[in-house]
Design a protein around this ligand. Sequence first.
Ligand code: DX5
Ligand code: ZN
Length: 217
Amino acid sequence: MKRRISASILNADLLRLGEEVQRAKQAGVDMLHFDVMDGCFVPNISFGMPVLKAVSDNSDLFMDVHLMIQNPLRYVPDFVRDGADGITFHLECGDDSFQTIEKIHGLGCKAGISLKPATPARAVLPFLDEVENILIMTVEPGFGGQSYLHEMNEKIRAVREMIGRRNCTLEVDGGINPDTIQEAAAAGADLFVAGSYLFRSEDIHAAVRSLAEGGSH
Ligand code: DX5
Ligand code: ZN
């Protein structure tokens, strides 16, 4: 299965965000990943619509927005207006998930659901025919640069089996590097978020290559 890479800008050099986005694009990433945090759903605050707009106005890459916020339903229209191509929200956020998916689709955007590490695989069952993406957190949401939770491999395997032949990507997020991507890919993931590994590497081209190709033969 081809590995697709979504570059998380959370750990990019934000003072030079435009250059960082260019660097990632030239290195061959498939998407840009926006980690939106509200200080309530997760114990950290990152960035929101204005940063998304600045980037999406200046890049044709797919904007993969990951909402780690309470009440995503309220903010979906703002993120779509400012350039989101896909919006993934957390099943644990408290809003009605069906309604949130419907809202995202109604605005012409791809919808995804995400699971924190403690949420079991079976939580995705009611939504399998409703979404285009399922995101499994492989760290506790809130911060970049954490270590991959190997015990999530089992959950990735279970969700891959549930997805079956449906046209739905299985995204993993947190602690992805050339070693951990092997495990996640072997378990069935096909879309990989990478933040610190990419943006802290000297040679981002080589870093993308090592994720996309490393050991996949
Ligand atoms: C964590 C975020 C991740 C994070 C990934 O809450 O959802 O997308 O930026 O960063 P790394 O690759 O450094 O673990
Ligand atoms: Zn993320």
